[in-house]
Write a protein that binds this ligand. Structure first.
Ligand SMILES: NC(=O)c1ccc[n+]([C@@H]2O[C@H](COP(=O)([O-])OP(=O)(O)OC[C@H]3O[C@@H](n4cnc5c(N)ncnc54)[C@H](O)[C@@H]3O)[C@@H](O)[C@H]2O)c1
Length: 255
């Protein structure tokens, strides 16, 4: 599908993987709406990207706020692209060292933001895409979700994060099947360890140790690696219903 002239929504677009993908889409002529909780970073990123980019402060889990954002995003051009990057991680063992059960609120908020937020944005955007004029082969839009390798090899303390990302992997095929009747493709990227602000607090020694575990190439992924795959998944009209690991062949150990 042609990126140029399409409207695109990028959640979590103020930072990291979403911000790099926004840059790639703006470079290719998309009209981009960044949706994020962080107003300061969102405003700065939209100004940095310039041109037709706008920032909307909204929580991906909020139906009303996302309905408004989707309506705004499709004002200037047909909304054909959604990239779900908003996400959080809260680590906790199922039973802590003192023998107490994990805090259920933390588990609930991770699943709520990562999984339910992805579903909320996707279903609302797809309902707007359904009204687009079809392109070649009846295509009306494309949705790209962000899971994680933790969906497959989650580490100690990652039950909430892995469950939320596993849920995204699980909904990819049925959502692609649901939306096949309106010509909207759905794919998911499952990144390994990517150097984003999420890793910002780690010192160089830990970063080097993380990179050393990657079979090849022996480095952390970059946000641009992610953006490049997102562009391919938008452009390649035969890619549908699939989850792709982007991890340099990394398989995570238990800790
Ligand atoms: N960086 C990695 O190594 C890595 C690996 C695997 C998966 N991921 C996933 O990639 C996605 C992007 O991660 P990143 O590394 O760019 O992180 P990041 O922290 O740089 O960006 C995430 C953005 O999401 C926003 N956000 C959080 N909750 C939100 C909400 N409820 N509503 C709207 N916006 C919200 C944050 O404000 C932030 O700007 C996440 O889903 C993350 O789980 C990252």
């Amino acid at each position: 599908m042609d990126i140029s002239g399409s409207a695109a929504i990028i959640t979590g677009g103020a930072s990291g993987l979403g911000a790099a993908t926004a840059q790639a889409l703006v470079d290719r002529g998309a009209i981009v709406t960044l949706i994020d909780l962080n107003t300061e970073a969102g405003d700065a990123k939209a100004a940095d990207l310039g041109g037709a980019t706008r920032f909307v402060q909204a929580d991906v889990t909020h139906p009303g706020a996302i309905a408004d954002a989707v309506a705004l995003a499709s004002e200037d051009a047909p909304l054909r692209i959604v990239i779900n990057c908003a996400g959080i991680a809260i680590g906790a063992r199922t039973v802590d060292r003192g023998g107490d059960p994990a805090n259920l609120d933390a588990f609930t908020s991770v699943v709520r933001v990562n999984l339910i937020g992805t579903y909320n944005v996707s279903s609302q955007a797809a309902s707007v895409m359904a009204r687009n004029e079809p392109l070649a082969h009846g295509e009306r839009g494309v949705i790209i979700n962000t899971a994680s390798v933790a969906a497959f090899d989650g580490q100690i303390g990652q039950t909430a994060y892995s469950a939320s990302k596993g849920g995204i992997v699980g909904l990819t095929l049925p959502m692609a099947r649901d939306l096949s009747s309106i010509g909207v493709r759905v794919n998911t990227i499952a990144p390994g360890i990517i150097d984003t602000p999420l890793l910002g607090s780690l010192n160089d020694e830990i970063r080097e140790a993380l990179a050393a575990n990657v079979p090849f190439p022996k480095r952390l992924g970059t946000p641009e690696d992610f953006a490049s795959l997102a562009v391919e998944l938008i452009s390649n009209g035969y890619m549908n219903g699939e989850t792709i690991r982007l991890d340099g062949a990394l398989r995570m150990a238990p800790r």
